[in-house]
Ligand binder design. Sequence first.
Ligand code: ANZ
Ligand code: ZN
Length: 872
Amino acid sequence: TNQYDHAQVQEFWQYVWERDGVTELPNGAVDPTYVLGMFPYTSGTLHMGHVRNYAITDAYARYRRLRGDDVLHPMGWDAFGLPAENAAYERASDPESWTRACIRRMREELETLGFGYDWSREITTCEPSYYRWNQWLFKRFHEASLVEFTGATVNWCPDCETVLADAQVVLEEPESERDTTAADGADADTAASGDRDDSSHGHTGSRVCWRCATPVEQRELDQWFFTITDYADELVDGLDDLEQWPEGVREIQRNWIGRQEGARLTFDVSTAADESETAVDVFSTRPETVFGATFVAISPEHDLASELASADDEVATFVDQARTSAPDTGHAARDDFSTAGLETDATAQNPLTGEEIPVYIAEYVLADVGTGAVMGVPGHNERDYEFARAHELPIETVVVPEAGEGEDSTDAGRETETNTDTSAGADTDTNTDSPLTADGTLALESMSSSHSEYDGQPSEVVRDHLVDDHEAIDPDVTYRLRDWLISRQRYWGTPIPVVHCEDCGHVLVPDEELPVELPEFVQTTGNPLDAAEEWKETSCPDCGGPAERETDTMDTFVDSSWYFLRFLSPDLADAPFDTELANEWLPVDVYVGGDEHAILHLLYIRFVTRALADLGFLDQREPVERLVSQGTVLYEGEKMSSSSGNVVTPDEYGAETTRLFVLSAAHPEQDFEWTANDVRGAYDLQQALYSMATEFVDEGETRVERTSHDEFVDREIDRTIVAARTEFERFRFHRVVTEVQELAGLLRQYRSYDRIHGEVYRRGLLTIAVLISPLAPHLGEELWNKLRGDGLVVEADWPALESDPATIEVDYQLERQLVETTRADVRDILDVASIDDPERIDLVVAEPWKYEVGARLAKAAGEMDDDRAAET
Ligand code: ANZ
Ligand code: ZN
């Protein structure tokens, strides 16, 4: 029959591919093209986000194979993590069996969709043979001083009973937006387990756990950290060279790292109590505003605060209370800050003016930003201003908008919203409505003559002078990035390979005793590893005395921070990866994943790669050459995900329809809506191509002598081949589909016009089979098989051109240029003609001559005239 029976066809070709190992990397491959999709978190079932992600990598991997490359396209499982543990409690089972069941099911789903992986390289992060290398990594990092064990005020989720990374703390949004936020968090789809952007830094709501939305508490705990901040500069600077990463992702990383250049200013401080002298360093991005400093504020965690607290009960009480209510352990709480503070009896001396100013302990000063102390410049800084108002401190203006800037001056202000009503006349009075946050000109008339040299000078100039000239002012840089907290107080993760010995302290487990395997799971409250007494009890590797195992496990982001290296040699027994292979095969040529992983996962792989390079295990310093950041699949406006329940199971429509649809609905970077209609379109295309091939094979009666029509069709086939190649390289799969559709349309016309030339027509159909096969591989095989009767399309060569490739290439480039330049014009005309179907516009624009754009426009314009006539 002419009907394409997807279930049967899929099963058959999947069997053949597996039998022939066609998607495995051939032995002895030299520098293969490495195509990788972020491996899925083993949450139980694939959702459309996964399907889209893996359809993209599979399409590209298959395309590169057709082009003759050896392709490495592996798959594995991000298998550790809290959801497995929670599921185990819900089902009175254990995390391992639950995870295994999820993996079985998800692998079956991937296979049903016909994704061509090299399954011989499958890795699963919860297997001891994998996670022992996390422990190895931990040890190597430890040796390189990239591991720290330190007390920290940490985010604690009382419901999940674990510490959370800063980025796992999200701001609770207003009710209306809550659902989607929770869904994002709990969704946990790919490598980075679904963590979101930097929303924890917006500070307008309460801070909640990304997974369960329980308000997060602050706790003081000893924790393990990877000191990613050692790499802060490199990680920012390296972004400039990642030319094949979307600029958006690079910008998010830049902001997350938050490098700020400024200066460190030293204030001499005397405390009234014992008249002792000390000094407080402050960090400022605007050292030239020091002339307007009217107080110094230190964080409640500052050494001086502790010192003052020990001498004064009131201070002690304030400090205690402020420490526990601290709104953020992380980065500056920029919008939502507290003006709570306490004046101390210490005074600070302004290093420039010599003025004595009070020292406050203030909640808005964050312990781990800069030096944990600020100079309060209420005339020019928003937070200092609010604080000064609350504590009735003087507000001085020492920088005024540059002469002639007029009302534009506030546009340069960094706090423009609060500034808008103050610019006018700001240069006359001392302004008290809001601070002047923009650079400008120093206004120091009222200062002592010793600094008159700066009066009237631009901010930037004075800034540089002060840093150069003044002993108490030195250049300084701070970062928003904090060290990577890797401790988790949960069971389902990699045990940290450390024992605590009473005599020797922390001792690392020797390499030959790795892996430290997880004990059997028991249902308990708190951390099951704490309850595993027998497992915990051990002896010290150094002194042989009694010792206890560390019961923290590692953040699962550690697992995913180097997995792309393991795929190169997944069975290697004496090292995590083969350095020689890695140097040859890395970086990953194309990495595809959800755009929610712009930080965390994508920062961690960059950090770990650099650290491994410095340890001598790698030459490469960047893991990924080209990043494709894929948009979201929406369903009735919401993100499609397992947790939101709006899942469409791929087999409802068959693999080809699903794949064709997710690839042709939008550019990979764009969000798109799952709609039944559009899915239907993909289905129809598949049926149409299939019938064309069947009918042709059935019919047989063709012509042998060539005519000019055949020349034309041959040339169009060539042109399609060249176009498809370009579009595949650009990841514009929907354009490949359009090209194929157009060629199919042309072939149909050709056939209806006259008797066809059999070879030309067959070549056209075979070309379609090959070009569509990366997107719809089962259909590709089916077409190929009908037309050729032997071989596999997956092993086919990229179609050869009939005509001189150079002329086709030139034609095609010209055509593209024409398309680019006329696109705008045609759009204008179409607008006027009120043709607003974007797809139709694209068709018309891309192929003006073929689609007789002139005729259509004339017609549309005619209709428009008719309408007008009807109206009047
Ligand atoms: C004085 C000053 C004057 C500042 C001025 C800014 C403007 P933003 O504001 O995002 O550019 N700062 C430094 N350490 C801090 C800490 N531990 N906690 C809270 N705030 C801290 O960030 C830079 C500014 O943040 C620094 O520059 C400092 O205030 C403040 F017209 O110093 B500034
Ligand atoms: Zn010991």
